[in-house]
Design a protein around this ligand. Structure first.
Ligand SMILES: [Zn+2]
Length: 250
């Protein structure tokens, strides 16, 4: 067993007993890690209360590599997650990003994923309300790409031809990208016209498009992509909550 200290963000917290919690962090050094925090519900022997969800700081844990559940030592808070907790829509948006990482399972630690996720959470905390949905979509696509699942929208995933600037394509979820109009015949994937492709291109760069048409359709596409490629068909609860709270236009 070794003592490991690592920058980490708290993504989930479950009551385990009257006094203990299981805390699930994404951390830079250990990736996704669950720790048993004994005594934390009554303030703990060291007087430490459980941090709010989305709090960032330095996690110290006793780690046995062969175990799934590690032992919490302490968490030195750097940025409280409380600001996200005060606003249900922001909290739901942040939960979408957390859900992507949690469902991926992130078996190997990735400093890139850690940086993307923590920067995204900071952004969701302060993004102007008018562009909040766009920011969640942008950070969602960038996170998906950072995890290694970049969608292909510059050409046809079936025949390889580049798409005409006015071409209406369809998104082929299984292949992870767009099909040209010819290869889309008979395919049931969602229609993705030139305007939507342009917007997805912006989102993949982490930018909110000037005019985000059909935010609901965009959220559906990201949802379906994550469901197909990352979650292994496990339902995406946070997406559903965010979709209903954000009051998306069709
Ligand atoms: Zn084609």
């Amino acid at each position: 067993m070794s003592v490991v200290s690592t920058p980490a963000v708290l993504l989930r917290s479950f009551d385990y007993s009257e006094t203990s919690k299981v805390l699930k962090f994404y951390s830079r050094e250990l990736g996704l890690v669950s720790v048993m925090a004994k005594g934390i519900r009554r303030g703990g022997a060291r007087g430490q209360a459980a941090p709010d969800i989305f709090s960032r700081g330095e996690l110290t844990a006793y780690v046995r590599p062969t175990r799934d559940l590690q032992t919490f030592k302490e968490f030195a808070l750097a940025e409280a997650g409380a600001a996200l907790g005060k606003d249900v829509v922001r909290f739901a948006g942040a939960s979408v990003l957390a859900e992507i990482v949690l469902l991926h399972g992130a078996p190997d630690p990735s400093p890139h994923v850690f940086e993307r996720l923590t920067n995204a959470l900071r952004r969701i905390e302060v993004e102007p309300r008018a562009s909040l949905i766009g920011a969640v979509l942008a950070e969602g696509w960038v996170l998906v790409t950072t995890l290694g699942y970049e969608p292909q929208i510059e050409g046809c995933v079936h025949c390889g031809k580049s798409l005409d600037s006015s071409e209406v394509s369809r998104f082929d979820l299984a292949a992870g990208g767009t099909r040209c109009a010819d290869c889309a015949a008979g395919h049931s994937g969602p229609l993705v016209g030139p305007g939507a492709r342009h917007q997805i291109r912006d989102l993949l760069r982490g930018t909110v498009p000037e005019e985000l048409g059909k935010p609901k359709a965009h959220l559906h596409l990201l949802h379906d992509f994550v469901l197909y490629h990352i979650s292994g068909s496990k339902p995406l609860k946070a997406f559903r909550v965010f979709g209903s709270l954000a009051e998306l236009d069709e």
